[in-house]
Design a binder for this molecule. Structure first.
Ligand code: ADP
Ligand code: ZN
Length: 609
């Protein structure tokens, strides 16, 4: 990234630089001083150096002899001896007779050289630079000193040459943004007809789906400057200055128009003003300034504001009304095709073997965001390096999906034998219930290797394609599959464990949604009892019904889950033989594939394992 940000702690930053400069300077100067250090040697060494004609300069004094080697890189000294022919021998050896060889530097001078001089240089340079910076800013800023000055650095043009082709999938989003690019290229076309571009466009979608990337790509395609700042920075970094930052941002943007201004996490400043007691004044001022700025500039001045958020419902209505962020571009989680495309885009950066099947990987990674997919590719490359290979293969990718989704294998977590058996039965329970219900997707992989995320094992289900609609029957089957793990424990061991907590959560969520959101109960018909409030972040929901109804819903959820649990138990009891066979197989292998699973399941009874 080329974006230069103002340091959060300028003082510390400054100190570190000073220390660094001192250190470097000393590194340079000290050898020069050190060279003059005198080494004391015995007379024998001196004599043999004369014989080898290895003496550069020599200075014979009353009680000591100081001399250097031929290259003049070291100074030696030795005591004098009664050595009559010394002068001749020295002369013959080619030594030069000198004076003041040992002249050491005065301590004052060395302090000056190593400490004071570098500081002077440093301060001088610093002043020169800041003067230059001021000139560049055109001196328009009334604030001569202090934080207000450094703001130019925050929003540096940095589209990084990203283009639409770098953003895989997201075709709908790209299509709506293409118009912006076209406008930036050719504004006259629009003004002629009297059409004006929306001033603000809101990119909404879950984290990691490429919103920032899309904004950069718009700037990249249109080849215009890209100013970016994150909403949380307004709030955290510039305490007490949010409003002035906004003003400044827009001043700069107008100077550089046409350009893109990108505000990430706009919900951090644009949250609904809810009039709480002692509300967040700072944020409100920032928001108000933003609104004022947006109203202030007339359309078609070439400044396009893109903002990203993953909680659109929490935005202040004032922000989303016409004339402000009135266009909304959804950036959704990628579908199967999109996932495959994203994987391929990122795989360009690594060396993958030819037989890698990205379609399968994309299918396995259902629900993953673009950022997670990028991460999967990188994890796979790291794994290849760890195992000493130079290309990434299929198993690297498959393993890295699990790493990204479930965490690393916990190499040293040792399950006791009994525990391992329970986990094996539990996981086979899920898989078997899923397989016995015709509508459930087949399993891809079952493993009982503990993960750092805390999962002791898991069953990876794979949908054949993306599913957009689920029938009531399919949801019920899903619930039964979630209960399958616990059901297997009951059927086999007559005892239950804590290993099903996540299953319970998921099953309950689905059952509740059937009744309150999907209108799948006879009793409440098509009445919404719940609204989803946080669509892109896990989908929290809030009840919109009376306490009495709530009580009834709870009872219905319980009986719904109970019914499916009972069904799962029955399925497993009926197929007890297969359950045992499969669980033992998994217990021994620790990881089995969907094919192995199906093979055993379809095998005629009585065949050997
Ligand atoms: P967001 O702003 O929506 O949270 P980003 O744009 O910061 O997401 O995306 C994070 C990273 O994820 C990107 O740097 C990119 O590597 C990857 N990524 C996300 N979506 C895509 C996509 N559609 N195509 C290619 N890469 C993507
Ligand atoms: Zn489970």
């Amino acid at each position: 990234m080329k974006e230069v940000k103002t340091p959060k702690k300028p003082l510390i930053y400054y100190y570190v630089i000073v220390l660094l400069v001192l250190f470097l300077f000393n590194l340079l100067v000290t050898p020069l001083l050190m060279k003059r250090q005198v080494v004391e040697v015995d007379y024998g060494t001196f004599m043999s150096m004369i014989e080898k004609k290895d003496i550069g300069e020599v200075q014979v004094e009353d009680n000591q002899i100081i001399f250097t080697n031929k290259e003049n890189t070291a100074i030696y000294k030795t005591g004098t001896m009664n050595d009559p022919g010394l002068t001749e021998r020295l002369y013959e050896s080619g030594a030069r007779f000198a004076k003041d060889i040992e002249k050491t530097m005065s301590p004052l001078l060395s302090i000056f050289l190593t400490v004071i001089l570098p500081l002077l240089i440093f301060v001088g340079l610093g002043q020169y630079m800041s003067k230059k910076l001021m000139e560049q800013q055109g001196g328009k800023n009334s604030m001569a000193f202090g934080m207000g000055k450094s703001n130019a650095k925050i929003y540096v043009q940095s589209a990084e040459g990203i283009h639409f082709s770098d953003v895989a999938g997201e075709d709908e989003a790209k299509e709506s943004l293409t118009e912006i690019v076209d406008y930036l290229h050719n504004p006259d076309k629009y003004t002629e007809v009297g059409a004006s571009m929306p001033k603000g466009i809101l990119l909404v979608g879950p984290p990691g789906t490429g919103k920032t990337m899309l904004a950069k790509a718009v700037a990249g395609e249109a080849n215009v400057p890209f100013f970016s700042i994150s909403g949380s920075e307004f709030v955290e970094m510039f305490v007490g200055m949010g409003a002035s930052k906004v003003r400044d941002l827009f001043r700069q943007a107008k100077e550089k128009a046409p350009c893109i201004v990108f505000i990430d996490e706009i919900d951090a400043i644009g949250k609904k003003r809810d009039g709480q007691v002692g509300g967040n004044d700072e944020r409100e001022q920032t928001l108000n300034q933003l609104l004022t700025e947006m109203d202030g500039f007339e359309g078609n001045n070439g400044v396009i504001i893109l903002a990203a958020t993953n909680r659109p419902e929490s935005l202040d209505p004032a922000l989303t009304r016409p004339g402000r962020f009135d266009r909304r571009v959804p950036v959704e989680l990628p579908d199967l095709q999109g996932r495959e495309a994203i994987l391929k885009v990122h795989a360009r950066k690594i060396k993958a073997s030819d037989d890698v099947d990205f379609h399968t990987i994309a299918r396995m990674a259902s629900g993953a965001s673009g950022a997670e997919l990028a991460n999967i590719i990188n994890e796979a490359a790291l794994r290849a390096v760890r195992s000493g290979r130079t290309v990434v293969n299929q198993s690297d990718l498959e393993e890295s999906i699990e790493v990204v989704i479930a965490g690393y294998q916990k190499k040293n977590a040792v399950l006791s034998d009994a525990e391992k058996k329970v986990v094996a039965y539990h996981e086979i329970g899920h898989a078997l219930v899923a397989a016995m219900q015709t509508h459930s997707a087949p399993v891809q992989k079952i493993t009982i290797i503990p993960r750092t995320s805390g999962a002791l094992g898991y069953t990876m289900q794979v949908e054949q394609g993306d599913k957009y609609l689920l029938t009531k029957q399919e949801i019920e089957n899903k619930i039964a599959t979630y209960t399958g793990g616990r059901a297997a424990e009951e059927v086999v061991f007559g005892e239950i464990t804590t290993g099903a907590s996540n299953d319970i959560e998921q099953a309950t969520k689905l059952a509740r949604a059937m009744i309150t959101q999907y209108g799948m109960s006879e009793k409440f018909d098509m009445v919404a009892m719940e609204t989803v409030t946080n669509q892109y972040l896990g989908g929290d929901s809030s009840l919109t019904c009376s306490a009495d109804t709530q009580k009834e819903i709870d009872q219905m959820v319980v009986s719904l889950v109970k019914e499916q649990h009972e069904k799962a138990r029955q399925l497993l009891t009926e197929n007890r033989k297969k359950l045992d066979e499969l669980a033992m197989f998994l217990y021994e292998r620790e990881t089995i594939t969907g094919e192995e699973f199906m093979e055993i399941l379809n095998r005629k009874d009585g065949a050997a394992v």
